[in-house]
Structure formats: structure tokens, C-alpha cells
Ligand binder design. Sequence first.
Ligand code: KG4
Ligand code: ZN
Length: 353
Amino acid sequence: MIVLGIESSCDETAAALVRDDGLVLSDAVASQIKVHGPYGGVVPELASRAHLTNIVPVIQEALRPLPGGLAEVDAIAVTHGPGLVGALLVGVQAAKAIAWSRNLPLIGVNHLVGHLLAVYLRRDPASAPVPVAFPYIALLASGGHTALYRVDGPNDIEQLGETRDDAAGEAFDKVAKLLGLGYPGGPIVDRLAAKGDPRAVPLPLPMRNKRSLEFSFSGLKTAVAQYVATTGRPSTEQAQADLCASFQHAVITSLVSKSLEACRREKVDRLVLGGGVAANKGLRALALEVCTRSGVELWVPPIASCTDNAAMIAYAGAQKARLTGQLSAAEALSLSVFSTSPPLRSNQSPRSP
Ligand code: KG4
Ligand code: ZN
């Protein structure tokens, strides 16, 4: 089965073709960094407009490997939430138009499930399917979400804990803005942190004494703001690097220690990273070090699978179709969008048998 995935939940317009065994046939992403860069964050209205401009060329690019074009596509999968509503509407409406005109099944996909299953994507046709067994603990850290999940199957996902305030990526972006480093902040802070001393600036380790699986990053961000208010913006590259390294150290220590705590508590010795922050080199290195020491199997997808993309949506859609049956045509064409409602089971609700 070949699925065309469409993603427009935030600031990336993306389309991809993926086989149901995880092989990525194409993966087109139009980034809006230039649009939002001057504002230091995503401007929803501008995001919607840019999606509208980019959606058709991105879908055309994704379809390029298929000589027969849409005639060779078996289903369409589209992100229908969570995300910016105006942005989601563009992708969902494009998907509906194609599904209706070609009489193709349409599958609504939760963006978070896409990130949680992205580890199964593979880009080399000669490679075997990625052998990650269920269950696994997944750390999803992106610009909009930071949470831990227990994944027992593509359709059996339990949220174990999430951030009380800022997402990890949001904290990276806000600290970079505070330091005048540019947008998005994560990759810039990551690059600078590699040259800095993580012990140079004393900063609080978030939720350090709490045994819960929740995160919190706004206090850390405020501590950086207070440091800058007291000492001024770091003026040399080394001082910037030291502050970035200290901040990053606090974030990744929190992410890794809570992930390991989740593995311990759930008695699952398999950890999967996902979301844009999983591209962080410091996080990847620390997770590897700690998992190796603790006997936990670590799976870190390539960066193209961590940041927002449509391949993960196509793959999650294929799994949803396989497990639950495709939506009926009428149901699919009335597919709506959601901005924040948490559709994944939380640990407050009883587990299904
Ligand atoms: O998953 P994603 O592409 O979009 C959302 O669903 O939010 O994540 C984007 C976030 C941004 O906040 C960006 O700064 C962060 O991921 N990010 C990073 C790195 N690369 C991207 N954060 C830390 N280190 C990185 N190398
Ligand atoms: Zn995302």
C-alpha cells in the first residue's frame, strides 16, 4: 500500500509518499523559517497563508517518483490535529479535495502519533524494516509538545506525563530569542552549546526532586532571563556558548532522567526519541550514555524523521488504516480539525484489557 501523507499543523508544509512497511518513497518539506524568523516565533496567520501557497507544489514534488501519479496512490493521510487551526485547515482541505476527486480513502492522523511512530521510517530501499519491538517508552520533545508515552502498538498509546508549562523546543526558541541568536533557536543553541562549559552558569534543574514524569521548563527560562538581566547579554561567543551549554544541560538532563524513570516504572527497557528536539546532539549523546549504562535499548530516528514531516503522517495513517479499517468515504470527507484536545489515553484513564 502506498500512502500520500500531508502535514500542515505548524510552520512546515509537507507531503510524502510512504509504503506501509515504512519505506519512504518521497519526503517534501517547505519550511517557513524565512517567514517567521523576523518575529522570533510562528505567526499563525502568516503560517496559514504560506501553507496555501506551498501546499500544491509540495504535493506535486512528493508525487514525482510515481510515473502514474495519483493513480498509484492507495490512500491519503492528513494531520487533523493538534496544531494551529488555520494551518491544519489548509492540509485537511487539500487532502479532502484529492480524496474526493480520485475516490481515495482519507485517514485523519494525530500529529503526535506521527512523531511517536516515526522511528519506523526508513529511506534506503535496500534496508530491512526497522525492528523496534513493542512496547517502548517514547519521549516526544518538540516546539509544541513535551511528553512521555508508553507505546504498546500503533493504536495503543498511553501518555505517562507531560510538561506543565513550556515545551522543550519552545524553551530553546525563547532562550535563543532572549540572547538575540535567531529562529528557530534549538539548532543554534545546540551548535553553540557544543563549544561551551555546561557548569559555567548555575541554573536550576527542572523538576529535579519530583519523582513524577512531568516536565517544566518555564522556571529555567526565567532563570536564564534573570541571569541576562543581571549580567547583560553575553558579548563574546565563548560567553554565549557557556550560557547555551548550561541551559541545554539542564533541559536534556531533565528529559533523559524522566525518560529513564518512565522505563524503570513501566518495566520497559526500550526508549525511542521523537520530535524536533530529538535532533539535539547533546540530547542524543546523553541519552546514549545513560541508556548504555542502564541496559536500555535506545532508538533515535534520523533528524529528517524527528522534525515535522509528512512521511510520519503517511506511515501512521497506513497503520491506522490497517488496524481500524479506513474511514467510510462520507465520514472521511467530513473530517474536521482539532487544536489542543488530547486524544491519546492519559494514565488517569483505565487501560483497555
Ligand atoms: O517537531 P518540530 O519540527 O515541530 C513541532 O511539532 O513543534 O519541532 C520544532 C522544535 C523547535 O522548537 C526547534 O527549535 C526544536 O524543535 N529543535 C531543536 C533542534 N532542532 C530543532 N531543539 C534543540 N536542538 C536541536 N538541534
Ligand atoms: Zn511536530
